[in-house]
Write a protein that binds this ligand. Structure first.
Ligand SMILES: [Zn+2]
Length: 454
């Protein structure tokens, strides 16, 4: 299934590491949290029986009565390789992903060197498959060197061994409208996805905090909502007039929600993601001046978090993406204005989404499957991820246990960095196991060893 051409002319994925041969018995799980616990049999990487009477297999994993979901898909992470292996590598990032319940992630192009050529994207893809803890899809940059001036060889990257399917200058905005128009026209022919980091840089020079009452009180330069919303509006209209799919990275304001709704109401092919931190945290956190809370776009106000929650519930915002952004302690433990923007997300995101939506009864586990697996897999057109938990489907799965209390400790995360904004916070939803094509990548909350190349 994985190497066939998908619908339209979208590139299929590059060659995948082989499925785990043999049988795996996943015991004591509740698909989507519904019904009584049962056992699931996986054979050669495919679900072959749900509610099996089988008692022996080559390997057994105890699901501890947890909720069985399709493996999570994250459209937006930064694994820092190549260039900043001191903060994260494809191996440590893949382990963090497995512990977080993810079976596929998209790693952004702002590496050193920038992922603007097939050879760099291919090296990331092959490393990810060799490690085989998570499918790591490289995101190609839209412009060479993220300079915003010259469009990259999008077609060559799409046709490379990595089969790059998403392009973004994330970290920077493609702010020149003519360049964005040309990229959209170019991408349309290949049906690849363009993802925009919406930030008009002329409105955010020197800014490090949401422009509002808190920033004013703390003496921090503000990043106004209009810097995001003006680009969202412009790109929605470009997508309308030049007919290409566009994706909005890390939507952070109430106004962005209104604009995405407008675009969807008008049939414009625009999708959007929201991060767990923009759903949970507000700029009140900045009172501590702790650089761990610096992020781009910045933490905003409660009315924004509430609008984003409603938008995720009603489908205006399509999915959750972590924007997992590891940084070294010297880049975070400094004056707030000088801290590098970004925070870890892979190992805490599922717990946060459960905390906000499932625990208070606003949504069920099918909703979590939709916004953290099915929609991101549909938007990026991954054929084998985000599939139903059903016989005949690829065994890309995660088991999550509600009621299992744990305390976040940056030092204990699989990620090489420790810049989590949730240090010391207690959550009571934990990933028990993750399975990638029948291979157990996380068991009892711990990541498996990489296959090779760590
Ligand atoms: Zn970004």
């Amino acid at each position: 299934m994985s190497n066939t051409q998908t619908e339209n002319n979208y590139p299929a994925t590059g060659e995948l590491a082989p499925a785990q041969a043999g049988t795996l018995l996943l015991k004591n799980v509740r698909p989507y949290g519904e019904g009584e616990p049962l056992d699931v049999l996986i054979t050669d990487g495919v679900i072959t029986e749900i509610g099996t009477e089988e008692t022996s297999a080559d390997r057994e994993v105890d699901g501890q009565g947890g909720v069985l979901l399709p493996g999570l898909v994250d459209m937006h992470v930064h694994l820092r390789e190549p260039g900043r292996e001191d903060t994260e590598t494809i191996a440590t990032g893949s382990a963090a992903a497995a512990r977080g319940g993810f079976t596929a992630v998209f790693t952004m192009a702002n590496t050193q060197p920038v992922m603007d050529q097939p050879v760099i994207a291919e090296s990331v893809w092959f490393k990810g498959q060799n490690i085989n803890l998570c499918d790591v899809h490289p995101v190609g940059s839209i412009t060479k060197g993220l300079q915003g001036k010259e469009i990259t060889e999008i077609g060559m990257m799409a046709r490379s061994e990595a089969k790059v399917r998403m392009f973004s200058d994330d970290g920077k905005c493609v702010d020149n409208p003519l360049i964005m128009r040309r990229a959209i026209e170019y991408a349309r022919g290949m049906d690849v996805l363009l993802a925009q980091h919406c930030e008009d840089p002329r409105l955010t020079e020197g800014a490090c905090a949401h422009e509002g009452e808190v920033a004013a009180r703390l003496g921090l330069r503000g990043w106004p909502r209009v810097a995001e919303e003006s680009i969202v509006a412009r790109d929605a209209i470009l997508a309308r007039d030049y007919g290409s799919r566009m994706h909005i990275c890390h939507a952070s304001t109430e106004g962005t929600v209104e604009l995405v709704k407008w675009a969807k109401d008008h049939g414009i092919p625009l999708t959007a993601e929201v991060t767990p931190h923009h759903l949970l945290l507000t700029d009140e956190r900045l009172e501590s001046y702790d650089g761990v809370y610096r992020v781009n776009p910045p933490l905003r106000e409660q009315r924004d978090t509430l609008a984003l929650r409603d938008a995720l519930l009603d489908g205006t915002v399509d999915c959750v993406a972590t924007d997992h952004a590891p940084h070294g302690s010297e880049e975070k433990c400094c004056e707030f204005e000088h801290a590098r923007p970004g925070m870890l997300g892979l190992e805490t995101s599922l717990a946060i989404i459960a905390e906000i939506f499932v625990k208070p009864g606003l949504a069920d586990w099918r909703f979590v499957a939709k916004v953290m697996s099915e929609r991101p897999a549909e938007i990026t057109r991954l054929p084998d991820h985000g599939r139903p938990v059903a016989v005949g489907e690829p065994a890309n799965l995660t088991v999550v246990k509600p009621g299992e209390t744990w305390t976040v400790s940056g030092a204990e995360l699989a990620s090489k960095a420790s810049n989590t904004p949730y240090e010391g916070m207690e959550f009571d939803t934990k990933v028990v196991a993750t399975i990638l094509r029948g291979r157990v990548t996380c068991e009892d909350g711990e990541a498996a060893a990489p296959r090779t190349g760590a």
